[in-house]
Design a binder for this molecule. Sequence first.
Ligand code: FAD
Ligand code: FES
Length: 284
Amino acid sequence: MVDRQSVTPGNPWVAQLARIQGIQQELPSVATYDLVLEDPTVAEAFKFQPGQFNMLYLPGFGEAAISISSDPSHLASLQHTVRAAGNVTTALSRVHVGDQLGVRGPFGSSWPLEACRGKDVVIACGGIGLPPLRPLIYYMIQHREEFGRVHLLYGARTPGELLFTDEFPPWQAAGIEMAVTVDLGYDDWTGDIGVVPVLFHRLNLNAHKTIVMTCGPEVMMRFVIFEALARGIDPRNIYLSMERNMQCAVGLCGACQLGPKFVCKDGPVFTYEQMEPYLMLEDL
Ligand SMILES: Cc1cc2nc3c(=O)[nH]c(=O)nc-3n(C[C@H](O)[C@H](O)[C@H](O)COP(=O)(O)OP(=O)(O)OC[C@H]3O[C@@H](n4cnc5c(N)ncnc54)[C@H](O)[C@@H]3O)c2cc1C
Ligand code: FES
């Protein structure tokens, strides 16, 4: 089962004011925003689990669901890594350090830390799918002895579109076994070329003690799951984070509904067993 710990401070409908303390431009269309909650009482009460998300509110533009991408043990500020995609996220790409925005959250289920203890772990992600997994990576590094081998399989379209590359050496030094691939390599690219699921061929997995977690484009997640199932991994030990249009984020408006599930409340992290009827449907 996915971990489900509600740690929302106060009224989940009320956006808390946060000030932008820093902006790290990761790629031309992706930036990481460091947010500090203005109300010290709210800031002190705010805790999150790896995989949870906040609703970021920009007055005049609206709200967007954005995963928290920072270390869950460092709560002085909260990072969100955002790709300018539509109305809110493009407006967010124009804000400055010192500006304010609204934060509601944290919402949703989280990556299954308990299920991972004592197990080998495969984290497979593509592009902007890495930020929702970054808090998990920090957690696993800080509690390295509680987990078996930890593999991070990551890919992007080009080397220039890989996120957080300056963190790769410390992650590897801390015992994360990384394999990185791109769809299109430049002349000086010496790593793998191809899609993320192909990286499974490098792994020698013990299916009975491996947990797989994946986040990224749905087509990539489908093939990651295919590779995991082909290696005998139980569908209950494969976890994925679903992205759906969000409005209320508290299970009331139905905007994120998938059959009987609400992605905002029951997810975004689900087991493959839970999502199988929906994930394999085209254009869902
Ligand atoms: C749990 C969860 C976690 C997420 N975490 C992150 C994260 O960490 N980082 C991140 O960058 N994103 C994340 N997302 C995705 C983000 O919430 C969506 O991309 C959201 O829609 C952005 O809001 P927006 O107002 O900027 O885009 P919207 O205006 O809602 O547009 C969304 C998409 O629809 C397209 N679109 C908009 N209007 C039209 C139209 N009329 N016709 C055709 N296409 C249109 C846009 O081009 C864009 O691709 C997450 C989503 C979920 C559910
Ligand atoms: S966003 Fe309203 S029910 Fe999920």
